[in-house]
Design a protein around this ligand. Structure first.
Ligand code: CU
Length: 117
């Protein structure tokens, strides 16, 4: 003999199972690639990593860990941070595709490459 409220319980259980199914299906649908943020450390008069590959729309953050200022200056001038003070950061959003060599304008031996795909 069914207890009162049993039908409602069964309906609720069915709805929860369905909801779980929808959630599980949702997890398999590929979401559009979200823009990522990448960090390049300026340390020991070098960019680390020296070469970084990012996707168009990603943000790159340069962090200066040295005790003196650096810049991130693109050879094609598409970006130029100006002086980044010790412990300061500078951000650039990679809007245009390309392979972009850049230097520190203050230390010409300090070179990096940003690859924007
Ligand atoms: Cu420098």
């Amino acid at each position: 003999m069914a207890l009162p409220g049993m039908g409602r319980m069964r309906l609720l259980a069915g709805m929860l199972a369905l909801a779980g199914c929808v959630l599980a299906m949702g997890a398999t649908i590929p979401a559009p690639a979200a823009a990522a943020t990448h960090t390049i450390v300026m340390e020991g008069v070098a960019f680390v990593p020296e070469t970084l590959t990012v996707k168009q729309g990603d943000t790159i953050v340069w962090v200066n860990k040295d005790l003196f200022p650096h810049t991130a200056t693109a050879q094609d001038r598409r970006f130029d941070s100006g002086e980044i003070a010790p412990d300061a950061t500078w951000k650039y959003i990679a809007t245009k595709k390309g392979k972009v060599p850049y230097v520190c304008a203050l230390h010409p031996t300090m070179k990096g490459t940003l690859v924007i795909e």
